[in-house]
Design a protein around this ligand. Structure first.
Ligand SMILES: [Zn+2]
Length: 205
């Protein structure tokens, strides 16, 4: 089982890179196996991630071994602390999600406006966290205050998705990026009403 999740993580990282969401060495990912967290290493391009070059920490952040984890490890640890069911966290900076986060942040929005049923059913209600520099302790603290849902948008930064497996988290990221693209194309109008959203929340695809 332990081997499976790390192999699945490597495959999800390749998929993220193929979508162009891991520009340069940006983007990072992790899985949790019991009290152990396996994260992409600092400076590691997503396309080159394998189960053998992952960094290893404990749930409390102590590093095991000599491979240094991503500089955004605190964000991953905050998600695992906040969401006990999460066994995989993916974090990337897709263009539409970042553009939407910047506009929504200016409007002081707390949630991503839902544009389609498939977004609500796959990603649920997605919180927007105000801007903090990557790796900042305050960013991890803000994430810990979010509802334990399935995804979070970070203002002027990127998207986080978390689930029981890397492939589920990847599906959530895809719906979040698509929803942000549609929201931008629609000029920020035409989103589902609160009652339409409520009818869809709790349903899954
Ligand atoms: Zn980031």
């Amino acid at each position: 089982m332990a081997a499976d999740l790390r192999d699945q993580l490597a495959r999800a990282c390749q998929a993220l890179a193929q979508r162009g969401w891991g520009t340069s060495t940006s983007g990072n990912a992790s899985v949790r196996i019991g009290q152990d967290i396996y994260l992409t290493a600092t400076g590691m391009p997503l396309a080159e991630v394998t189960r053998r070059n992952l960094a290893h920490t404990k749930l409390d952040g102590r590093t095991v071994g000599s491979t240094r984890p991503t500089k955004e490890a605190l964000v991953h640890l905050a998600i695992y602390a906040n969401c006990p069911e999460a066994a995989a966290v993916l974090h990337v900076h897709p263009a539409h999600a970042v553009a939407a986060s910047a506009l929504l942040g200016r409007r002081a929005a707390r949630y991503v406006p839902p544009m389609t049923p498939q977004f609500v059913m796959r990603a649920g209600r997605v919180s927007l966290v105000p801007y903090f520099p990557p790796g900042d302790l305050a960013l991890a603290a803000a994430i810990r205050k979010c509802p334990a849902d399935r995804a979070i948008l970070l203002q002027n930064h990127g998207a986080l998705a978390f689930a029981a497996s890397p492939s589920q988290a990847l599906g959530i990221l895809e719906e979040l990026e698509e929803n942000c693209k549609v929201w931008l194309l629609s000029g920020g109008r035409g989103f589902l009403t609160a009652s339409q959203e409520r009818l869809l929340l709790g349903r899954s695809m």
